[in-house]
Structure formats: structure tokens, C-alpha cells
Design a protein around this ligand. Structure first.
Ligand code: IVH
Length: 676
């Protein structure tokens, strides 16, 4: 019958569309080399959705449209692994790695061994089962023998193929790590913080919390990713090396870390360990070491396992970023905008080569949730460039003598009332000295008014002695030279230098002045945007909400904050005073012809990423780019226009090569910014 034949045609058409979508998914997510535009991809996807809506009988679970479909579960079922998921023995120093190498060689009776080195990703181990190329189950590692069946949730992760590409083995168990990218983790936490919801201590916990959601829609909304690093059972194919396994996994649609390497000398492995450790902050995923694996499967089998760990692999860890220490006290810090932050004063402890003696507890709710008390033993984490934070309390170490801490109802510095705004308490005192000190620090900072010599110690004294009551008072200090010279660490020369720096700062740019005012939610980038879109302070002060939100990149929250700032009586007074004392600005950002000129700037819309060492400070390079209308971001994506590679450029450079982003050297960069 004709009808059946037509239907068969449609089924084929649907299957072809799916093939295409899978292929482009792979180009995009795994290879980072998309062949078609996002819009084109969306069009294909929509076409498939529409066909499936019309012919629901052809919907199959491995269709790309079927990632989030299932209903919330009551609980997770247990899942038994057919081959146990082992754990790794960890070592921390080079000597132990050499011993490992010697032991392996001795046991095998060979002189050289090839090792595959992989990053040890700090996420959660998972097993994915594919039957005839289709994902049928996904589970957590659990105790190694039995885990939890989290199939529904793993299906929502875009880098986990629902169907393998090119080849469909009767059975393939893929093992790897689910993790949350650091950038995604930061965004998620900010969002949770804004909503007053529980934040996650680190990307690993965030990934765990997201995978263990009974409602797959929640998991789908979380930025999760997957790296494959091994296999369990396989039917229909044999592998002779780990390297071959990794390449195979990559070829059938899985992401494999770009950091994997093959070495045949243990010294090279040790050197690579150091190299990766130095670069770990550049990665968008957390790693806590490298994994060293004997490459040949036959050797692996001969070496076997001992007490749940293979003899053929070890985890060679980096310096820990977490340490135990004691909370000596909890104090409250008052920020520039009056926000009260509880801070733990710690018994000093070395973490990754840095002494840590304070750690943030974020806000009252976090403090309560973690139940940190004075006298507690806690785990403190210092991750890369982030401020140290208390991760958790070791409750088993409690003696009963610990003291609970309560957030004050009044500002600990000025005694003014404290208001609750969601999870944040804020001091409302208009003349709060703590706020003033923070405002002054910000005002004087290099990227704001750039007043050299006005450091924290000096600010303390100026405020405590009442010599400065707002930022404009700085410009009246020239009348108090005698008093200034009497302050601690201030001689005649340093006083003169300071007064010179203050005088010089009077001549500034509009963008810097806006930034220096410390309006909530207005960072450097927003300040530049505002300067480009408003003539001067009067123009900005009278801006309506509508005008503000019409500027791309300025959202409702930022717009409201700007309006609120200018509505304050104290703001009007301050602006008047700044003008009176002689603060003047020009506005190179602003356009003679409004925002149009912005578009005509030589680097308008161009996105730059710097990597490696260049001979001018990064700040300065960034400023140059921004003055010419460009932007600087920290990670390389498809949208990046130029990667400026300095000496010893690392993973960002490789990523740029992978993505085909234009790479330029310092000289070329300097020539580019000079032209403008
Ligand atoms: S292999 C045969 N490779 O580390 C050894 N594990 O203690 C089994 N991990 O539970 C693991 N990155 O969660 C292996 N490239 C990698 C890994 C890795 C992270 C984790 C995994 C496992 C733990 C081992």
C-alpha cells in the first residue's frame, strides 16, 4: 500500500535527520569544530521535533530530542556493575612514581614501558552501557560493585551520546567522569546565592548534587559535562592498548581530555605532572592530579589488581588545595556596599604553598547551613584565584566547648541598623566607617582613580582620625600636610608623593570615575558601557530605566541599582563636592555621534584572550583593547576573535588551535592597538 511506503519514507527521513544532528553535535561538543552555524543546527533540530510531533510512532529513545523526557523518580534503583569499578592508589611525590615504574618493570621483566597519562578529573565516576550502539543504562560508581541507576539524568548531558557514532558494538561499557565546568559552577552558585538557596562548596559537590536529582529536568538545567577514560565489558572488538581505547572512544562520539599524553620514560611523566599542575588554573575543569596508566592491555592483565586498585595505574596527585585547621574566631566584615560577611579567623595553615589565616563563610545562611562554630576543626579550600573558604566542619572533632556565632543585628563598626535583603545582611549606616574604608580603597585602586600610595593602612588612619569622611575629602588633604606627616609610616617625602598622586588623579576619564564611585553591580566593563552611552554625569544621573536597559548587556538588576544610586541625597552631595574640589574628566569612550561611533572603533565587537607572558601588564593590554572597542575575556570559545599568545602559552593556545581561532603574537598585537 502507498501509505505504508510513504510512512517508510518518513521514517527514513527522520532517521537521516537524527544522523545529521548527532554528527553536528559531535563536531560541536567533542571536536570543538562546528561545521554549521547555531541557527542552522537549531533549524535541523526543529525540523526533527516537528516530524516527531506529527509521527510520534517513530520516536525512539535514542533520538536527540529525547534527552529530557522522563518523569521524576521516587528513588534511584541500584545498579550492579558487571566488572567492578576500581579505585586508584594515590601518590604525591616523584620518588613514589619512580618506585611504581620500577615495580611494574620488575614484575613484567621488561626494560621500558609505555604510559598513558591522563588528567585526574575531580568529578564522579560513571559507567555508561551501550547495546547495539544505544545508551541503555548509566550508573554511579557507588562502592565499586553496586552503584545507583541514574540513566535518566545522564541522558540530559549533551556530551554523553545517546547513540554512538559510526560503529555499533553489540555491547560496550564506557567509563568516565561527570563533572561541572568551573565557569558553570561559578554561575550556578551566583544564581543560587541570589535566590538565597543553598550554594555548593565546589564543582565536584555541585556535579554530585546535580546527578543525584530525582527530577531529570533539574539535572538538565545544570552545566554538566563528561570525559571518557576507559571501558568495562566489550563485545565485538578487542583493544590492545589504553591509547587505542581513548582514540576509539573519541572516534565514536565521546569527549576525551585534550591533556592525555603517551610517554615511555617515567622522567617525562614526572615533568608532565609539574607542567599540568602549573596550568591547572587555566582549565575549565578541576583536576587534582594525573593518572598514570600502563598502556598495553596485556601488561595490565598480567599485573592484575590488589585490594580494589589496579597494579597497572596510579593517581599522582597535585598539592592539596584543602587542609584541616581550627577556627579561632568568627568576625564580621563590612563591605563597600555595607554587606556583612562572616569571616573565619583560622589557625594559619599552608595550602598549596600559601599561608591561609582567614576564610570566607559567605553569608548568614551559609554559616548556618555549614554550622561553623568558634573552636571547630574545619576543612578549608583555596582553589586557584578564588578567596579561601570554609568547606565543611569536622563534626567528629567537636568537644562541646565550641561556641556558636550569631550575626549581629547592628553593624559591628558603626552601630547602625542592619537590614536583611534575601540571604544578605546590610548595614544601612550612611557614615559607616567600614563601608567608607572599603569605598576609599576601591576609589583609589589602580583601575579606578589610580592613587598610588593610598594603601589600606593609611586609609585606616585617615578614617579613624576623621580626616576623611567621604571620597571627595581626599582632595582636601593638601590642606592638612602637617597632620598627614604625623601619621604612621608617613614622612615628608611620602606625604608629598601621596599629595601629588591625589592631585594627578583629579584629571581622569568618565569611565574610571563611574567605576570609582562603586555603584553596586557596576564593574569596569559596565562603567565603560555607560561612558560610551552617556555624555557626562548629568546625562547619566538623569537616565531613565528604559534608556538604561536599552543598552545591550545592561539588565534590569544593574539598571535599578544605577537609578537607586543616583536617587540618594548623599550621591548628589558627593558629586557636587567632587566637582567643587576640581575632579575633571574627559570621555574618550563617548561618541560624538552616540553609540554609533562605538561600532566604528577599530576593534569594535572583537573578543581577545591573552595567554602566556607578554611584556606589558595584562591590565594595560586590556585597557588598550577596550579603548578601541574590543573586549577581553578569560576563556577561549568559538566566539573569540584573537588569542594573543605570549611566552609559555598553555592550554588556551591549544584550545585556540583546536577551534581555529586566530592566534597572534605580542608584536602583532601591539601593532594592532597602536593603529587606533
Ligand atoms: S581510571 C582502573 N582515569 O579517580 C582505575 N580514574 O580512584 C579506575 N578518575 O573513581 C579509574 N580521572 O572517579 C581513571 N583519567 C582517569 C580518572 C579517574 C578521574 C577518578 C575516578 C575514580 C577515581 C580513582
Amino acid at each position: 500500500m502507498g501509505g505504508d511506503k510513504d510512512k517508510e519514507e518518513i521514517r527514513k527521513q527522520i532517521e537521516e535527520l537524527r544522523e545529521k544532528i548527532r554528527y553536528h553535535n559531535y563536531r560541536y561538543y567533542v571536536l570543538n569544530e562546528p561545521e554549521i552555524s547555531d541557527a542552522e543546527y537549531d533549524r535541523l533540530f526543529k525540523e526533527l521535533e516537528e516530524l516527531e510531533a506529527e509521527y510520534p510512532e517513530f520516536i525512539t529513545p535514542d533520538s536527540p530530542t529525547q534527552r529530557v523526557g522522563a518523569k521524576p523518580l521516587e528513588e534511584f534503583r541500584t545498579y550492579r556493575h558487571s566488572i567492578p569499578m576500581l579505585s586508584l592508589k594515590s601518590v604525591t611525590d616523584a620518588g613514589e612514581v619512580t618506585e611504581f615504574d620500577e615495580r611494574v618493570k620488575r614484575m613484567l621483566g621488561v626494560d621500558t614501558i609505555e604510559y598513558v597519562v591522563e588528567p585526574k578529573i575531580d568529578g564522579l565516576a560513571m559507567e555508561l552501557v551501550y547495546k547495539d550502539g544505544v545508551l541503555v543504562a548509566g550508573s554511579t560508581r557507588g562502592d565499586g560493585w553496586t552503584g545507583e541507576d541514574v540513566t535518566q539524568n545522564l541522558r540530559t548531558i549533551k556530551t554523553i551520546p545517546l547513540r554512538t557514532l559510526s560503529e555499533a558494538l553489540p555491547l560496550l561499557e564506557v567509563r568516565g567522569e561527570v563533572y561541572m565546568p568551573v565557569s558553570g559552577f561559578r554561575e550556578l552558585n551566583e544564581e543560587l546565592g541570589r535566590r538565597g538557596e543553598r550554594m555548593f562548596a565546589n564543582p565536584r559537590n555541585a556535579a554530585a548534587g546535580s546527578v543525584r536529582q530525582l527530577d531529570p529536568r533539574v539535572t538538565a538545567s545544570r552545566p554538566l559535562d563528561f570525559f571518557a577514560y576507559g571501558i568495562g565489558r566489550v563485545e565485538g572488538r578487542e583493544f590492545s592498548t589504553q591509547w587505542e581505547i581513548l582514540n576509539y572512544l573519541r572516534s565514536i562520539g565521546f569527549r576525551v581530555s585534550e591533556l592525555v599524553r603517551l610517554f615511555d620514560k617515567i622522567e617525562d611523566v614526572i615533568r608532565y605532572h609539574r607542567e599540568v599542575e602549573e596550568r591547572r588554573d587555566e582549565l575549565d575543569y578541576e583536576i587534582d592530579g594525573i593518572v598514570v596508566k600502563v598502556n598495553r592491555v596485556e601488561y595490565q592483565n598480567r599485573l592484575g589488581t590488589i585490594s580494589r586498585s589496579p597494579r597497572w595505574a596510579i593517581a599522582y596527585k597535585f598539592q592539596p588545595r584543602e587542609e584541616f585547621t581550627k577556627v579561632k574566631d568568627i568576625v564580621v566584615q563590612v563591605g563597600r556596599t555595607g554587606a556583612l560577611t562572616p569571616v573565619a579567623i583560622l589557625e594559619p595553615v599552608q595550602i598549596g604553598g600559601v599561608t591561609v589565616s582567614r576564610a570566607t563563610l559567605h553569608n548568614e545562611e551559609e554559616l548556618k547551613r555549614k554550622d561553623v562554630r568558634i573552636g571547630d576543626t574545619v576543612v578549608v579550600e583555596r582553589a586557584g584565584d578564588v578567596i579561601p573558604e570554609v568547606v565543611s566542619v569536622v563534626k567528629s572533632r567537636r568537644t562541646g566547648a565550641e561556641k556558636e556565632f550569631r550575626m549581629p543585628d547592628r553593624c559591628p563598626v558603626c552601630g547602625a541598623e542592619v537590614l536583611k535583603e534575601g540571604p544578605i545582611r546590610r548595614c544601612v549606616g550612611v557614615s559607616c566607617k567600614a563601608q567608607l574604608k572599603e569605598r576609599l580603597k576601591h576609589f583609589a585602586s589602580t583601575r579606578a582613580m589610580d592613587i598610588e600610595g593610598l594603601g589600606e593602612k593609611l586609609i585606616e588612619q585617615l578614617v579613624d582620625r576623621g580626616m576623611v569622611t567621604d571620597v571627595a575629602d581626599l582632595y582636601l588633604l593638601s590642606r592638612m600636610k602637617g597632620e598627614l606627616m604625623k601619621l604612621e609610616h608617613m614622612g615628608e617625602r611620602s606625604t608629598e608623593k601621596l599629595l601629588d598622586a591625589i592631585e594627578r588623579s583629579k584629571q581622569t576619564t568618565f569611565a574610571r570615575l563611574i567605576y570609582a564611585l562603586g555603584i553596586r553591580h557596576v564593574g569596569e566593563h559596565t562603567a565603560l558601557l555607560l561612558a560610551a552611552n552617556f555624555r557626562d554625569m548629568d546625562d547619566l544621573r538623569n537616565a531613565t530605566y528604559e534608556r538604561l536597559v536599552s543598552i545591550p548587556e545592561i539588565g534590569p538588576e544593574v539598571a535599578r541599582s544605577i537609578i537607586l544610586f543616583f536617587e540618594q541625597g548623599s550621591t548628589k552631595e558627593l558629586l557636587r563636592k567632587l566637582e567643587e574640589v576640581g575632579v575633571r574628566y574627559e570621555n574618550p569612550e563617548a561618541a560624538e555621534a552616540g553609540a554609533e561611533a562605538e561600532k566604528e572603533k577599530p576593534l569594535a565587537g572583537k573578543i581577545f584572550v591573552f595567554t602566556g607572558r607578554i611584556s606589558i601588564p595584562r591590565d594595560e593590554a586590556k585597557r588598550k583593547v577596550e579603548q578601541l572597542g574590543g573586549r577581553v575575556t578569560s576563556s577561549v570559545t568559538k566566539k573569540t576573535d584573537y588569542v594573543v599568545a605570549g611566552e609559555e602559552a598553555g592550554s588556551k593556545l591549544r584550545r585556540a588551535q583546536q577551534l581555529g581561532v586566530k592566534i597572534i603574537g605580542e608584536e602583532e598585537f601591539m601593532a594592532m592597538v597602536k593603529e587606533g
